[in-house]
Design a protein around this ligand. Structure first.
Ligand SMILES: Nc1ncnc2c1ncn2[C@@H]1O[C@H](COP(=O)(O)OP(=O)(O)O)[C@@H](O)[C@H]1O
Ligand SMILES: [Mg+2]
Length: 253
C-alpha cells in the first residue's frame, strides 16, 4: 500500500498541490483522474520522488519515503515500475535490450538469467519473436506492451502508469488497460494509473481519486462515479456525448 499524507507542492509562487491525502492499496488498480493541468502528473512525480513535496509524506508499505536519504530511496525505487507518457523506450536499443536494461542496471543477474527474464516478460505481454527489432519497427500498441514488459522486469511491488493510452486507438487502449489490470491482480501490485480516459475509468477503476485544482476533490470507485453529484466530477464524466447519452438513458428508464 502507498499512503499519501497531506502533500503540498509549489513551483515558485504557484501552488500546484494542496494537502492531498489518499491510500492506494495493493492488488487494485488505483486511478488518478482529472482534466489537463490539474496536478495529476505533479502528484505522481511527488509520490515517486521525482519532485520533492514542500509538505506531507509518502509511505510505501510502512516505510516513510519522504524521510529517507538517497540510499534507502534507491532501494524503494527498485521496487517501482514506471510507464511514462509516450512509451519512452530507448530508440537505439532493440526490444530485448530495452527490457533487459533495468536488470543490467540494478541486478547482479547473469547474461543468461537476464535473457530469460526479458523473454518471460515479453511473453507475458504477448510480444514474441520481436527481440532483435528496434522500437520504431513495431506498432504503437506493441511499443506500449514492450514498455510494460520493461516496467515489470524487476518484478515491482508498485507500478505507475502516466496516461498509458495516450496516442492509442480505442481497441488497443482496452487491450493495454486489461493488461495493466491483469498484471496488477496477478502480482498483487499497488498500481497507480493516471488517465483522463473515461473508458479506462469504467474498465479498470477499482479506486479512483479525482484531482481538481490540485486537490483530492472526490474519491470512490467506478460505480460510485456514475452516481456522484459532485459538479466537477459530473462535468468530467459526462464531457463526452457518449456518456451523456448513457446518463440520459439511465435517467429516462
Ligand atoms: N516543473 C514544473 N515547473 C513549474 N510548473 C509546473 C511543473 N510541472 C508542472 N507544472 C504546472 O503544474 C500544473 C499541473 O501540471 P500537471 O501535473 O502536469 O497536470 P496534469 O493534471 O495534466 O498531469 C500545470 O499548471 C503545470 O503547468
Ligand atoms: Mg499529466
Amino acid at each position: 500500500m502507498i499512503e499519501v499524507k497531506n502533500l503540498s507542492k509549489s513551483f515558485g509562487d504557484t501552488q500546484i498541490l494542496f494537502d492531498v491525502s489518499s491510500k492506494f492499496e495493493a492488488g487494485r488498480v488505483n486511478l488518478i483522474i482529472g482534466a489537463s493541468g490539474q496536478g495529476k502528473s505533479v502528484l505522481t512525480k511527488c509520490i515517486v520522488g521525482l519532485h520533492e513535496p514542500d509538505e506531507g509524506s509518502v509511505i510505501y508499505d510502512g516505510r516513510d519515503f519522504s524521510a529517507m536519504g538517497r540510499k534507502d530511496r534507491i532501494e524503494v525505487r527498485k521496487e517501482i515500475g514506471m510507464l511514462f507518457q509516450g512509451s519512452a523506450l530507448f530508440d537505439s536499443m532493440t526490444v530485448e535490450e530495452n527490457v533487459s536494461f533495468p536488470l543490467k542496471l540494478f541486478t547482479k543477474m547473469s547474461k543468461e538469467e537476464i535473457r530469460d527474464r526479458a523473454n518471460f516478460c515479453l511473453k507475458r505481454v504477448n510480444i514474441i519473436d520481436k527481440n532483435e527489432l528496434l522500437p520504431a519497427e513495431t506498432s504503437g500498441g506493441m511499443q506500449k506492451r514492450i514498455a510494460i514488459a520493461r516496467a515489470i522486469a524487476m518484478n515491482p511491488k508498485y507500478l505507475f502508469c502516466d496516461e498509458p493510452n495516450s496516442g492509442l486507438d480505442p481497441k488497443t487502449s482496452i487491450l493495454i488497460d486489461n493488461l495493466i489490470k491483469e498484471i496488477t491482480y496477478e502480482y498483487n501490485m499497488t498500481t497507480i494509473v493516471i488517465t483522463h480516459d473515461m473508458n479506462s475509468v469504467m474498465e479498470i477503476g477499482d479506486h479512483i481519486i479525482f484531482i481538481n485544482q490540485g486537490r483530492n476533490w472526490w474519491e470512490g470507485d467506478n460505480n460510485e462515479i456514475l452516481r456522484t453529484e459532485n459538479k466537477e466530477v459530473v462535468d468530467f464524466v459526462y464531457a463526452s456525448s457518449f456518456m451523456k447519452n448513457l446518463r440520459d438513458k439511465m435517467i429516462n428508464n
